[in-house]
Design a protein around this ligand. Sequence first.
Ligand code: CP3
Length: 350
Amino acid sequence: MQNFDAATVTYKFLAPFRGEAVSPPPVWLMRQAGRYLPEYRATRAEAGSFLDLCYNPKLAAEVTLQPIRRYGFDASILFSDILVVPDALGQSVRFAEGEGPRLDPIRDVAGLARLDLSKTGSKFALVWETVARLRQDLPPETCLIGFCGAPWTVATYMVEGRGSSDQAEARSWAYRDPDGFAQLIEVLTDASITYLSGQIEAGANVLQIFDSWAGSLAEDEFERWVIAPTTKIVRALRARYPHVPIMGFPKGATSQLKSFVAATGVDGVSCDTSCPLSIMRDVADAGKVVQGNLDPLLLVAGGAALDRRVDEILAALKGRPFIFNLGHGIVPETPPEHVAQLVKRVRRGA
Ligand code: CP3
């Protein structure tokens, strides 16, 4: 367990990182800002494209604050996207309406010439400005989470040119030419360290590294493309900013969760919906913070089924360093009043 300094100890959100179980636990939700909120849709329309919103510090800060105003979550997550990193590196990203991200794919070492680490500064600076604004505008008790995508997951979008269900192009390149693929992972690892360092300097109190496609890799590949780069990021940040906790989210990789936590040195992990509560308990008992893992579709369903599962999760993790969250992001179909129901239920004992 890290020894987090006095400057940050006032946040209830950080208590689990000091090994303290708090009841009720802190609560925030992945994608708590987004299309399920009418006020988000209004600001998004004002901004223009999705990336225009990510690079507009005033409006990005506004959409970050919207769910805090509504629900009073214990933490707020910077509004941005994991694909800001390839965009800033020079592989421009477009978000086609209703279709998700599109990039001109990089499929081999020759394509890496399109990326330039030295050019990321101007776009990263806009995100850092959002963080600085937020740390000023957020309620003093609300923790601010910075984030990036893990190198493996970001690479899958860069190589496929879009989201995919099996990440086949990235996996194939990694088998065909591991040393070439390693160069892409290295560029992303270095860019992520720069990007996250800037977020901390601007005021982020905690970090989360999203590895949404960690579950598609074989054991040795998981070691090389998930564990190794994550470890490098954690070590670099820990050396410079020992007081800032780092959460990992190796989604879909429950069977490797314990080795991921032990090897990378993260302070905690987000657990997806398929992760058994017994495994979350084991990870917490090993001294790490666990976060999760309510099914986002139960938040769409609402009602007694939602309350029942919230109670089950709370009971299973009671007395351990735990943060309430979903197993993945809020989906656009979610009725906002169900989010209010969830927060009320989690805080029932308060
Ligand atoms: O509130 C928050 O959680 C912070 C903001 C945030 C977004 N994306 C906003 C967003 C965060 C942390 C992310 C992370 C992200 N982005 C991940 C990792 C987590 C995960 O969901 O697995 C990934 C894989 C991406 C890439 C991405 N961004 C995709 C595949 C899409 C399209 C899918 C979709 O929902 O449309 C996005 C777009 C995106 N990122 C939206 C939001 C609110 C919707 C875009 C819109 O408003 O039009």
